[in-house]
Design a protein around this ligand. Structure first.
Ligand SMILES: [Zn+2]
Length: 254
């Protein structure tokens, strides 16, 4: 918030901290109004722009890449979920991570693909799709907008938004990447992922074993950083147990 006011007001703030605080509060109120006027469709547009910028800044696996081929094969039956066209890509980076955005984009990092089986990747895709279907990704974008300077430049009117500049899209992407989800949202995405596997007659226990692998990693093995899938909840072991309990109740324990 301070950064935002700083940009709006320029050097003036430096001489008057009290004035700057008042301006920040005014700015926050203005932002709240602007955020409230943004439609889900506009949030989707902004998310798409942020993801396109992230794609431009990361090594995306091309069509001939074996990682892209593997991911495409795994998600082949899930190109559209609940009417949302999904868009899957691999980032060829070592981090153990995956994330989804409100426009139906799912990005999977090479580091995650390297440690997970196909069944486990599918389970994690189910979890990520859950964040989109449950509109967690929409809420994350709203949080990112609050945290980034982009909102000031979008304008408060309805209708079609102006395209963001590259630096605005990058700022928004960074804010989005850091926004994260609440523990409740994570639990609900786990539930969605479990239901996704069950509905499609996949092995539901793959969700549990994927969490168990992440739990083992967070124990301090070297290599890539573990992010979104783990960041909001260091209790991967507990999540895995919860899935195992659900499977047992459903008679799906193998
Ligand atoms: Zn999650």
């Amino acid at each position: 918030m301070k950064t935002k006011a700083y940009i709006l007001m320029g050097g003036l703030l430096m001489t008057s901290p009290i004035f700057s605080q008042a301006q920040s509060i005014g700015q926050a109120a203005m932002d709240a109004i602007q955020l409230a006027t943004l439609s889900d469709e506009q949030i989707v547009q902004l998310s798409r722009q942020a993801v396109e910028q992230m794609d431009a800044q990361n090594p995306v696996a091309g069509p001939g890449d074996p990682y892209a081929a593997r991911l495409n094969r795994i998600v082949a039956r899930h190109r559209t979920v609940s009417g949302i066209p999904m868009n899957y890509k691999v980032y060829k980076v070592k981090d153990v991570n995956a994330f989804a955005t409100a426009d139906g984009s799912v990005r999977v990092f090479q580091g995650l693909m390297d440690i997970m089986t196909d069944a486990e990747l599918l389970a994690i895709m189910g979890h990520e799709i859950g964040h989109v279907v449950n509109k967690d990704t929409r809420d994350a974008m709203k949080n990112a907008l609050k945290r980034s300077v982009a909102l000031n430049l979008i304008g408060s009117g309805g209708g079609t938004l102006a395209a963001l500049t590259r630096s605005q899209a990058a700022a928004l992407g960074n804010a989005l990447y850091g926004a994260g989800f609440s523990r409740k949202q994570e639990t609900e995405a786990d539930d969605y992922g479990y239901g996704f596997l069950k509905r499609n007659r996949y092995n539901v226990l793959a969700l549990a074993t994927s969490f168990e692998k992440l739990a083992a990693m967070s124990g301090g093995r070297g290599g890539g950083r573990v992010a979104e899938v783990l960041s909001s909840h260091p209790d991967s072991q507990r999540r895995a147990q919860r899935i195992r309990d659900m499977a047992r109740r459903d008679g799906l324990k193998r």
